[in-house]
Design a protein around this ligand. Structure first.
Ligand SMILES: [Zn+2]
Length: 143
């Protein structure tokens, strides 16, 4: 498979833009990162076998359910990916998004789980603000 220099540069620009937007990089390191990305792209385009080897466990479009997220690394489904990625794959959300070419707004938590969590926290806050029987700070039993 061959790729033109223009195509390669375009792919590099796209990859780099995605990488830098998810990973703040000091300017002194930017050149090294670009070199690494270019090398990776060249290897990936020269050896398509390598490209097909790195397949997500499930297609990206099937990785998000209403109340679950599927880990593209291992195919396990869970409500929140963040701690799983850190403990099982030693990946940050930014690394994960970069590795699988995911958009920066790709969620780390299932929509329903995250709505539930913010809903609970809003209800709790409201109760604290409006309910006079709720102990506002201090230890229980001491008023
Ligand atoms: Zn996993």
């Amino acid at each position: 498979m061959s790729i033109s220099k223009n195509e390669l540069l375009q792919a590099l620009a796209t990859t780099a833009a995605g990488y830098f937007s998810g990973n703040p990089t000091p300017p002194v390191n930017a050149a090294a990162v670009m070199k690494m990305l270019a090398k990776g792209l060249l290897e990936a385009t020269e050896n398509r076998l390598e490209v097909t080897e790195v397949q997500p466990a499930v297609p990206v479009e099937k990785s998000q359910g209403v109340d679950y997220m599927v880990c593209l690394e291992c195919g396990r489904s869970m409500r929140s990916l963040k701690s799983h990625l850190r403990t099982s794959h030693k990946l940050t959300p930014a690394d994960y998004r970069f590795k699988w070419g995911l958009p920066n707004n790709y969620p780390m938590m299932a929509p329903e789980a995250s709505a539930l969590r913010s809903g609970i926290s809003k209800r709790v806050q409201k109760k604290i603000q409006t309910d006079p029987t709720v102990n506002k700070g201090g230890w229980p039993g001491r008023r």
